[in-house]
Design a protein around this ligand. Sequence first.
Ligand SMILES: Cc1ncc(COP(=O)(O)O)c(C=O)c1O
Length: 352
Amino acid sequence: MSRYWSKVVEQLSPYVPGEQPKLDNLVKLNTNENPYGPSPKVIAAIQAELGDNLRLYPDPSSTQLRQTVADYYGIQAEQVFVGNGSDEVLAHLFNALLKHDKPILFPDITYSFYPVYAALYGIDYQCIPLTEDFNLQVKDYIQPNGGIIFPNPNAPTGQLVPLADIEWLLQNNTESVVVIDEAYIDFGGESAVTLIDRYPNLIVIQTFSKSRSLAGLRVGLAFGNVDLIEALIRVKDSFNSYPVDQLAAAGAVAAFKDKEYFESTCNKVIEYRQKLSDDLTQLGFVMQPSFTNFVFARHPKRDAGELAEALREHGVIVRHFRQVRIEQYLRITVGTPEQNNVLLEVLKVILA
Ligand SMILES: Cc1ncc(COP(=O)(O)O)c(C=O)c1O
């Protein structure tokens, strides 16, 4: 605290990201990064970009990247927005499209950055409880609102809302923007990007940090009607004209072009997620169905906070949230088979 702080800063409760420890040899299963590195073509594209050109500013409109992503989905480049990670895209979105008179709606258990952005921009919000088994029911969102936002699949619960339910929500909520945050969609869901031409109030968010193995590069996307994308561009150009640097843009283009690598790593994660879920069930854990690159589990006989602590002492880090309704759950990122085996062996020792 300092007398030089503004009122805004005094009142902030910032988001707390998962730990990024500097220790070697840790099995890091706490922040849902991809256990596989990016495509070799991504590395080559970034290396090719290293040179004298770095003295120049990057393209402020990220034209090539937006066109590449648009071609992939069969849409127009004007329907795509790019930013410095999807967190930044989300921040602009709260400011540009969710700040109205009525409160916005999001689930009681969800990505914990949403209330932080709402507080930063002075946006009222109302949390809509998930069902007892953590399902999101779209009918619960039919009430006056300044906007609706949720991840699909949801985080940290891992559950998926069918595309038909999202379409029903869009048909029954036409007065405000509906935001579907698809950070984990490539691990088992069907993207709502296919709906943007039909629903002028839909925004879909995606990231390069999970299925495209590029959390370190910081690139995120929004898809939507041209007028909604223009709102995001207006905020971006009032904040930072160059959110995506030259190296990031080159790597991101190459990542979208290497579909084969992307599909093979996603398939591996999906396969090992099933094996990890089965093995944890064998150890007595109760598992939530997962459509993501993490599992959400509780052990009926052991306190989740203590388990997380014990795992850490054995060099394995997972995420535990001290939050009502989920304090007895662990969120565990799906690792390589070797990492998953270390987790399971350590758990056997702890649970013995
Ligand atoms: C639901 C959800 N949305 C958005 C993000 C942010 O991703 P990034 O800023 O790395 O693109 C995350 C990160 O974990 C997430 O879980």
